[in-house]
Design a protein around this ligand. Structure first.
Ligand code: PPS
Length: 292
């Protein structure tokens, strides 16, 4: 099947593509259940990693078949996604028979459907430092045929700084969710860098937020299964079964590192990025590690 790269357009003040907005009304009217768990991220911040961790925490013991034959994007559907040739994200959510439903979104805070708030649903947000996030997004847009054409790295980085990316500005996204966390206790805000640095500790934090009592042994088993190399080799987790992705250009599970930005940013790009970053992030208490 041939896929068409979309154009970006302004959607209520956020850059989007029609693959993320064509189902808008239905997405906005989505009826969340009180035990639904929303996995929210800016694209390329660790969504798949968190999704897979949650899936193993809830279903590994109960459903061995799922582990072998159901891809992560069918276990944790992408709520707003709508692309010809696929069931919509919403249809996939509605076909889930297991509980709790784990639901993925990249929506900025102001676009989250109201019923998630009305039902006081639990949400896990994962944030990743801007530089690695931009690099990962660039390679993703190169290999994903339903994303806008990324062109060259330099112009992509300029566009990232301007917030002209699918799902808008990284700066607005991470700070918007951070601000929400201050008043909504059912939101756990996690960092990709912390997960890389100490996956076991972050797993424990996650379990405590979810009220799951897992043994150390069980958490260790999960930790082993969600390591980068294990997920990269796992066809149910590595997106190799998704036809919109061209693995000849780049794998989905690319490097999984903190600090890969150093092999992409020139000295000049780094300086202007840092200056712009300071200005954009001057009013927030949110901070990131760019190396560990
Ligand atoms: S998407 O398309 O928005 O859902 O992508 P997302 O899953 O958010 O991000 C993909 C990046 O996360 C890395 N990744 C991991 N890193 C470390 N450990 C594990 N287990 C892991 N799983 C996914 C993946 O490699 C992408 O980052 P880059 O830097 O491109 O390698």
């Amino acid at each position: 099947m041939e896929f068409e790269r979309p154009e970006l357009f302004d959607f209520h003040g956020v850059s989007m593509t029609h693959y993320m907005t064509d189902n808008w009304e239905k997405v906005q009217n989505f009826k969340a259940l009180p035990d639904d768990i929303l996995v929210a991220t800016y694209p390329k911040a660790g969504t798949t990693w968190m999704s897979y961790i949650l899936d193993l925490l809830y279903f590994k013991q109960k459903d061995k078949e799922r582990e072998k034959s159901v891809a992560i994007f069918d276990r944790v559907p992408f709520l707003e996604f709508i692309t010809p040739g696929f069931p919509t994200g919403l249809e996939t959510v509605e076909s889930l028979t297991t509980r709790p439903r784990l639901i993925k979104t990249h929506l900025p805070i102001q676009f989250v459907p109201k019923s998630f708030w009305d039902n006081n649903c639990r949400m896990v947000y994962v944030a990743r430092n801007a530089k690695d996030n931009a690099v990962s997004y660039y390679h993703f847009d190169r290999m994903n045929m339903v994303q806008p054409e990324p062109k060259d790295w330099n112009s992509f980085l300029d566009r990232f700084m301007e917030g002209k990316m699918v799902f808008g500005s990284w700066y607005d996204h991470v700070t918007g969710w951070w601000d929400k966390k201050q008043t909504y206790p059912n939101l756990l805000y996690m960092f990709y860098e912390d997960m890389v640095q100490d996956t076991g500790r972050e797993l424990e934090r996650l379990c405590s937020f979810l009220g799951l009592s897992t043994s150390l042994e069980e958490r260790e088993r999960i930790r082993g299964g969600v390591q980068f190399d294990a997920m990269k080799a796992n066809p149910m987790a590595n997106y190799s079964t998704d036809p919109v992705m061209d693995f000849k250009v780049s794998p989905f599970m690319r490097k999984g590192k903190v600090g890969d930005w150093k092999s992409h940013f020139t000295v000049a790009q780094n300086e202007s990025f840092d200056e712009h970053y300071k200005m954009k992030m001057k009013n927030t208490t949110l901070t990131f590690k760019t190396t560990i």
